[in-house]
Each structure stands twice: as structure tokens, then as C-alpha cells.
Design a protein around this ligand. Sequence first.
Ligand SMILES: *Cc1c(COP(=O)(O)O)cnc(C)c1O
Length: 232
Amino acid sequence: MIDQNLKSLQDRIRSACQRTGRNFDDIQVVLVTKTVPVEIVLQAYHLGCRDFGENKVQEWLEKKDALPKDIRWHVIGHLQTNKVKYCVKPVGAYGNTPLLIHSVDSLKLANTIHKEASQKKLTVDCLVQVNTSGEASKFGVQPNDAEKLAADVGKLPHLRLKGLMTIGPLTDDPKKTRESFRLLRQLFEKIKKSTKPEFEILSMGMSSDFEIAIEEGANLIRIGTAVFGARQ
Ligand SMILES: *Cc1c(COP(=O)(O)O)cnc(C)c1O
């Protein structure tokens, strides 16, 4: 099942790329494994997938030891400051590559990560999460404050700001979804002018809206249900 789901996901990514003249290889897929049992995650691993994302630190900590070390882990959910210490570890603690934290949404959180990283003499890869949907239930810095937060994060020597992330709106209206992704893309282009070359990741698009995200410039999509099926 995972096998077929991955194939059809790849076909859909390929079509979205063709529609917009983009390169299939430029789209990085992070498989979101929340609520997915380790055995199923391993099936995807054995089919060649290496990027996996969890949105609850606790669940991730419970799973990671049973999974191979060459997985690249992505922290995609809201990160509470008291959980930061688990996410700031030397390469090798959880895998052979540094963790990417997608969800830096306040200077307070950035400072907490920075302090932990500085004490441990590490540099942490992160994205700034922007709330481009306007939905109150969603985390992320407001679009108007994104440039400022990115600039502040960029000044913290133990953080490496690699791009932006958003979660699309909960809607059936593709126009609203597109607007939300387009806004993140615009912010990305603007911020990119004043950041380092490593600022290159545009993380947007999930199972229900990744095609629109790719059309709007996403180069990292986060996919759960389209590969693993509906969550309980
Ligand atoms: C759950 C989740 C996803 C994946 O959602 P699907 O709709 O299952 O593809 C992506 N990003 C974040 C932040 C999530 O929490």
C-alpha cells in the first residue's frame, strides 16, 4: 500500500512540476509520521525515503531509537520552549544529519533554541513559520512580522536560518490556498535578498494542497495521509 501511495504521490508531484516548468528533483518530500507505527515508517524507509517529520516531540522521542540513523528528522509542529532541549543535540544523537526545526514562530522560541545551542556549542538549522492563512488556530508569526523575525533569527550565531514554512488554510477553496502560499513565496523572495545563501527552503504543502504549493514555488512538501492513509 505504502509502495503504491508513494508512486502515485510521485506521479502527482511530477505533473505539478510539468505544469509549471519545475524540476521534479527540486521538490523534497518529508513524510509526516505522526500516529504512524514504527513498522510502517520502516516500510517507507525501505522504499528509499529518508526525510521524516514529527509534530510532537514526545512521540518522536519514543520512535526514533527504533529507526535507522540515516533518517533526516524534521520537527514540524509547534515547539514548546521546555521541549527545546530534546531538539538541540549533536549530529549523531538522532541521526547523521542535523535536525531541521520548521516551526520557529517567535523570538522567545528562537532565543531559547539559541541559548541551548550556544551552551552545547552547536548550530541549529531552522525555518521561520509564518501564519499566512489568517486562521487564529494556527501557529506562526504574522506575515507583517515575518521579515523582522527572520532578521532577528539571522543575527543569532547558533541558529542557521534556512527558509520559511507555512500551513495552508483549512478550506475547499483552492483560491484561498493559493493566496496563502503565494504570500509565503513573496515573503521568501523579499527576505532572501538580505539573508545568506543557505536561506533556500520554502516548506509548504500537505496531502490536500501540495500541488498548489508546488505551483506556487514550494521546494519542500510535508506529506502524511497521502502516503500513510487517514490517521486515527
Ligand atoms: C500533519 C502535518 C502534515 C501532514 O498532513 P497530511 O494532511 O496528513 O499530509 C504536514 N505538516 C504539518 C505541520 C503537520 O502537522
